[in-house]
Design a protein around this ligand. Structure first.
Ligand code: NAG
Ligand code: NAG
Ligand code: NAG
Ligand code: NAG
Ligand code: NAG
Ligand code: NAG
Ligand code: ZN
Length: 474
């Protein structure tokens, strides 16, 4: 009987190894292409026909309300997409920053954005991806032309607004199909943000801009299909923020309340970052705190916890947050005014981005109501099989977007749903599995022949059915 039990064990082990191999040998290196259409508000898809967005939603997933991070600006949110960290933790707290410790300024208008010191507080996914042995291709995604922790993406394009979408995409596809292909691609496109600022989101002329993005998405799908990548790539299309309608009738003029000489205006609108001159903190705060009903003024230490926007030297001692659609300027003509803007409270719906995805990792025709954008990072790591860095996201919150992963049949035919990570780690032992499996099969056959011979000799009646039964029960 001991021999019989031993044989059962062998059977199970063989089955586990064989099935594990079958699964892992079918797994390519998982691939992700992350696309950002800057300023693509969550509801733009409902405004004009967007057949290509709908195609991806019906054959993939869609999250209706995605809460991005405060402040709802381009650089902070793009860095969150690839780090899973709030702005106070990744260090890119605004598009315009001043760091008192460094005595340095970060401004989108200058070369200082290439200084690694601004980015080194976090490890973006491309850096981690490369450290863990993979290759990245990045096209104009904020931060991908900066040397972060000593690394550039394996392949990247220097930011150049004039490079057409088609050329950016063609470059990325080449990297996915190269001799040493990338597993992770990032693609950035400036629209519909630019037009959203210039025209205002309520302008009917925006319809054409949105329809054009839909065409670009269609072109992207078509090119991935032509390149033979469509069936294996996990495509995620999202954005950094939405857009709110502004008006010259909704301008808050700081000059009406406080003398310019008393502070440095670090960041402008709709979140003003205010650095009072030495000894002028109380005066500036008191002048502004109740100045305008549509501007909320916080001392740094009183910024609400839900913003996760406090614990960083790059956040200034006073911030003033405008209500949706309001603009903060020094006077009516000083500072930027645009008909559309973003940066407001991240709970305001108009600030929320689109989020759709398609690919082997994702369910089909599945809609999820809410998601926090910090949860994208652990999801990306999971799909790519990368160990995540510490972050503010939670994979569990977004796991329902994924297919029920791979089924592995184990002892007693229990069906076990295992994660991609686990398959990857089991997969790396595939050869060991094959070797062990072969040895065990041979061993089993020998034992089986011996057993059958023995049972025939002793006249004991061992049914084959009995041997299979323990495997099928429970
Ligand atoms: C900060 O840098 C500026 C030049 O950019 C310089 O004038 C100023 O003295 C520096 N401040 C401190 C505190 O080092
Ligand atoms: C930016 O791209 C355009 C279009 O491809 C090209 O003509 C131009 O030379 C590029 N500029 C720089 C600085 O590389
Ligand atoms: C602006 O402030 C007024 C007065 O408090 C308020 O009624 C209105 O809702 C505010 N506007 C926005 C967009 O919050
Ligand atoms: C508004 O600010 C600009 C730039 O600082 C200045 O040139 C202009 O004189 C100011 N206008 C008024 C009405 O104060
Ligand atoms: C997607 O689901 C909706 C309802 O949830 C259904 O009406 C539609 O036919 C489905 N589309 C596809 C392509 O399966
Ligand atoms: C966000 O993540 C960072 C890194 O793990 C951590 O230091 C920070 O406390 C987290 N923030 C919150 C609000 O959990
Ligand atoms: Zn913008």
């Amino acid at each position: 009987m001991a021999l019989y039990v031993w044989q059962m064990c062998l059977w199970k082990v063989v089955i586990i190894f064989t099935l594990t191999e079958a699964v892992s040998l079918h797994l390519d290196q998982p691939k992700v292409l992350l696309v950002s259409f800057d300023g693509f508000r969550w509801d733009y898809i409902h405004r004009v026909p967007t057949p290509h967005f709908k195609y991806i939603m019906e054959n993939g997933i869609h999250v209706n309300q995605v809460t991005n991070i405060f402040i709802t600006k381009t650089y902070p949110n793009h860095y969150t997409l690839v780090t899973g960290l709030y702005a106070e933790n990744h260090g890119i707290v605004a598009n315009e920053m001043y760091d008192q410790n460094l005595n340095k300024t970060f401004s989108l208008d200058g070369m200082d954005i290439f200084d690694p010191v601004w980015w080194d507080e976090a490890d973006p996914l491309w850096v981690t991806n490369q450290i863990q042995g993979h290759k990245t291709g990045a096209v104009m995604w904020p931060g991908t032309d900066v040397q972060i922790h000593g690394l550039y993406p394996t392949h990247y394009m220097i930011y150049n607004i004039s490079v057409p979408f088609e050329d950016r995409l063609a470059q990325l596809i080449d990297w996915f199909r190269g001799k040493e292909p990338v597993n992770f691609g990032l693609l950035y496109w400036e629209e519909p943000d630019r037009s959203g600022h210039d025209l205002g989101p309520e302008n009917p002329l925006m319809d054409k801009v949105i329809a054009d993005i839909d065409l670009k998405l269609g072109y992207l799908v078509e090119q991935l299909q032509k390149a033979g990548l469509w069936d294996t790539i996990n495509l995620i299309v999202t954005s950094d923020h939405g857009m709110a309608q502004c008006s010259i009738n909704r301008i808050i003029e700081l000059d009406l309340y406080v003398d310019r000489e008393l502070y440095t205006w670090i960041d402008f609108t709709p979140v003003s970052a205010i650095l009072p001159k030495k000894g002028k903190y109380d005066e500036v705060y008191n002048a502004l705190v109740n100045a305008h009903p549509n501007m909320t003024v916080y001392k740094k230490e009183d910024i609400p916890d839900r913003f996760h926007y406090k614990h960083n030297v790059r956040i200034q001692p006073i911030i003033a947050v405008a209500d949706e659609g309001w603009t903060i300027n020094q006077n009516k003509t000083a500072g930027k005014f645009t008909l559309g803007n973003h940066g407001y409270d991240n709970t305001i719906k108009s600030m929320h981005p689109i989020f759709i995805a398609h690919g082997p990792a994702f369910k089909k025709n599945f809609t999820k109501e809410n998601m926090a954008i910090v949860d994208l990072y652990p999801l990306l790591c999971h799909i790519l099989g990368i160990d995540p860095m510490p972050n503010n996201g939670t994979l569990k919150n977004v796991q329902e977007l994924l297919v029920a992963e791979k089924v592995i049949i184990t002892e007693n035919l229990h069906v076990e749903i295992v994660s991609q990570d686990e398959i990857n780690s089991r997969g790396s032992y595939a050869w060991l599995g094959i070797l062990l499996g072969s040895v065990l099969v041979t061993g089993f056959l020998l034992a089986f022949v011996q057993q059958v011979t023995k049972s025939q000799m002793s006249g004991l009646n061992i049914h084959r059915g009995e041997m299979a039964q323990p495997l099928l029960s429970t």
